[in-house]
Design a binder for this molecule. Structure first.
Ligand SMILES: [Zn+2]
Length: 112
């Protein structure tokens, strides 16, 4: 079950214009109404919902934030650190393979 909300100002405020979508469990927040029909984007965000469930939501944000900080400390830019995040890598790969089933904790294999 997906709960999709279109809230461009909220998304712009929270992500400082960086993202066009995000997940605040159980909601997928989009910046544009038309993105509701973007199957890859919705799938990407749906993967984040599964990740949040696996880590009981708060664990997702802790892991996500700590992993991001580790990459930043290693010298990566904001953009590069974001793209290296294991959870983002899994979501990107799964979004490109709409029929591929997901393994529990699948994001762990992207840790580097
Ligand atoms: Zn993402």
């Amino acid at each position: 079950m997906k709960f999709i909300v279109v809230a461009p100002r909220f998304l712009r405020f929270v992500t400082r214009g960086f993202a066009r979508a995000m997940v605040l469990y159980p909601f997928i927040v989009l910046s544009n109404e038309s993105d509701k029909h973007d199957a890859q984007l919705i799938r990407h965000e749906q993967i984040h919902i599964y990740q949040q469930l696996e880590l009981l939501i708060i664990g997702f944000y802790l892991w996500y934030g700590i992993e991001y900080l580790v990459y930043r400390v290693r010298g990566y830019t904001h953009h590069d650190a974001y793209f290296r995040l294991s959870m983002e890598q899994e979501a990107r790969e799964m979004a490109c393979n709409l029929d591929q089933s997901r393994k529990w904790y699948g994001w762990l294999r992207y840790l580097s």
